[in-house]
Ligand binder design. Sequence first.
Ligand SMILES: [Zn+2]
Ligand SMILES: [Zn+2]
Length: 177
Amino acid sequence: MRFHVAQLLKEGIGATRSYEVHEADVVVTDDGSRSLVEGTLGLLRTKSGILARAILRLHYPEVCSRCLTPIEVPLELHIEEEYQPTVDVLTGTASPRPEDPSAFLIDEHHVLDLIEAVRQYRVLAAPMQPLCRPDCAGLCPVCGQNLNESPCACPRDEYDPRWSALAKLAQGESRDG
Ligand SMILES: [Zn+2]
Ligand SMILES: [Zn+2]
């Protein structure tokens, strides 16, 4: 996820680069699990730094929020961030720190590293409750049987849909009153 941008920094505003991204074993989550990251990256020299625009696809390991089966969650990230240089590429002197402390930085060796942006965008894009499939039946709350595999013998509190209609009516009345 590291791109050497010294030459691009030396070129004028509006200079561009484009890359195909195909990196295995990228650590994308806090627990250190690894992912294949693929897609495209465009870099644009701006007045103050480099604008990075990437469309990246990755799969990262999760567990289904209902049945706890290990799954891979596919994500497509659309990254757009401006990276600020920490060292002036022509003079070698330190550049002024950006006002925004969370700004993405190009390091002192003129390397732009996308990984932190990938991690942050992944957190934002990740589903809160990942599912192994949309209709996952989950685990029996009594015996823990995975109900996708087979039903269990535990008694069910049968839910009568007529009651839910009544409950809706009651709610509507209390709201109107
Ligand atoms: Zn599931
Ligand atoms: Zn059960």
